[in-house]
Design a protein around this ligand. Structure first.
Ligand SMILES: *Cc1c(COP(=O)(O)O)cnc(C)c1O
Length: 377
């Protein structure tokens, strides 16, 4: 939904090219909602979703901690005055010199999913806490995370033992159930694995203290999704079921759910056309596409709501594409999108729920188009 504040801003500013506006009031509301729905979990905002300093600052003021994936993200968070104790270096793939740099900056919490990575952390960040990421199948997620991150249960046990033997503090388990996870029950399976690892480690003399529940909390795009309370309740039940009276400290790392619904992109229709006289479907070309920030339309995974001033009129399906000369720059073709039949060149459209995973994906001058112009209000 485009808030009144965003509408007012757009009517006064942004007259050339696509323009992205994030409403901090929505971000703050989201934070408060997560804190209420999961009161026992520390909130580590996943910086990559939207690293705008205003967003980081608003969340820091509310007491958020931060999940960073690079030294640069660590520096962005430190730059707004957050203590390094509130930062987790959550990427399992790090150069040793970046680990060393983060350690120098005060970071003491690192993610790993391989013995080789533990070895780097033990050399570059001695004595730090580590958590081991385990695989998750990503079922139920609209943007699943594949097998790139995490290891299986047995390997996690080896990783944690190796961490202890290397002088690190084996602190817990993490997983990510897949981004835009529409099933609140999706945490149960991963929590069963986490609990099994906790038990096994206890047998081996290591008392783990933390489960990092990852991100995955959805934004409402075209389809309705369960609310934060439904996720809170399902996660609490899964923790009780798997850990009983020994529920560990927990962390959540919302990215999309924290900022997705806070942003809107104002774009413009550049061309409406057909490929032949008897073509059933017309194409709508916008002045923004995959390379302007809408990269998550890859495989048509994320379907953004597109609003026009003609909403309410009769609609038909259109193929939607971006303005660049790359043929991959098509947003919705397998499943075309309903738009008003009368949509025409020069129409303004609002692409909603674009607060997450857009600004940083916009290319630097592909075809000469500037990066997405973005404002935080
Ligand atoms: C990207 C990421 C997140 C955020 O995921 P969302 O689905 O956007 O909430 C959380 N944790 C880690 C480790 C990530 O890489």
């Amino acid at each position: 939904m485009t808030t009144d504040r965003i509408r007012a801003f757009l009517s006064q500013r942004c007259h050339e090219g696509p323009c992205h506006v994030v409403d901090l009031e929505v971000v703050r509301d989201n934070f408060v909602t997560y804190r209420r729905s999961l009161p026992d979990s520390q909130i580590y905002y996943a910086v990559k979703a939207n690293p705008a300093p205003e967003v980081l600052n608003a969340l820091a003021e509310l007491g958020a901690s931060f999940d960073c994936a690079s030294v640069q993200e660590v520096e962005m968070v430190l730059a707004i005055g957050v203590d390094a104790a509130r930062i987790s270096y959550g990427n399992t793939i790090k150069k040793e010199r970046d680990i060393a740099r983060a350690y120098q900056l005060g970071v003491r919490l690192f993610a790993v999913d391989a013995i080789e990575e533990v070895a780097k952390v033990s050399r570059a960040a001695p004595g730090s806490r580590i958590f081991c990421r385990i695989l998750s199948n990503g079922e139920g997620a609209e943007w699943p995370l594949s097998r790139k991150f995490g290891c299986d249960e047995d390997m996690a046990i080896s990783v944690l033992e190796y961490a202890r033997d290397s002088g690190l503090v084996p602190w817990g388990i993490s997983f990510h159930v897949g981004s835009q996870q529409t099933n609140p029950e999706a945490w149960d399976g991963a929590l069963a694995s986490a609990a099994a690892i906790f038990r096994e480690m206890r047998e081996r003399g290591v008392e783990l203290g933390m489960v990092n529940l990852g991100g995955g909390f959805p934004a409402r795009y075209l389809r309705n999704v369960p609310d934060a309370d439904a996720y809170g309740a399902a996660i609490r039940n899964a923790l009780l079921k798997n850990f009983g009276n020994r529920i560990p400290e927990t962390i959540i790392e919302p990215g999309r759910g924290m900022v997705g619904n806070a942003g809107t992109i104002r774009a413009e229709v550049v061309l409406v056309s057909r490929k032949s006289e008897d073509d059933d479907l017309r194409w709508v070309y916008l002045d923004i596409g995959k390379f302007g920030g809408l990269a998550e339309t890859m495989d048509e995974a994320i379907r953004y709501p597109i609003r026009t001033a003609r909403d309410g009129e009769a609609t038909e399906p259109f193929i939607i594409a971006g303005p660049t000369c790359d043929s991959a720059d098509v947003l919705y073709e397998k499943t075309p999108m309903e738009l008003p039949i009368s949509i025409t060149v020069g129409d303004e459209v609002l692409i909603e729920c674009t607060g997450a995973y857009t600004t940083t994906y916009s290319s630097h001058g592909f075809n000469g188009f500037p990066p997405l112009e973005t404002y935080v209000i």
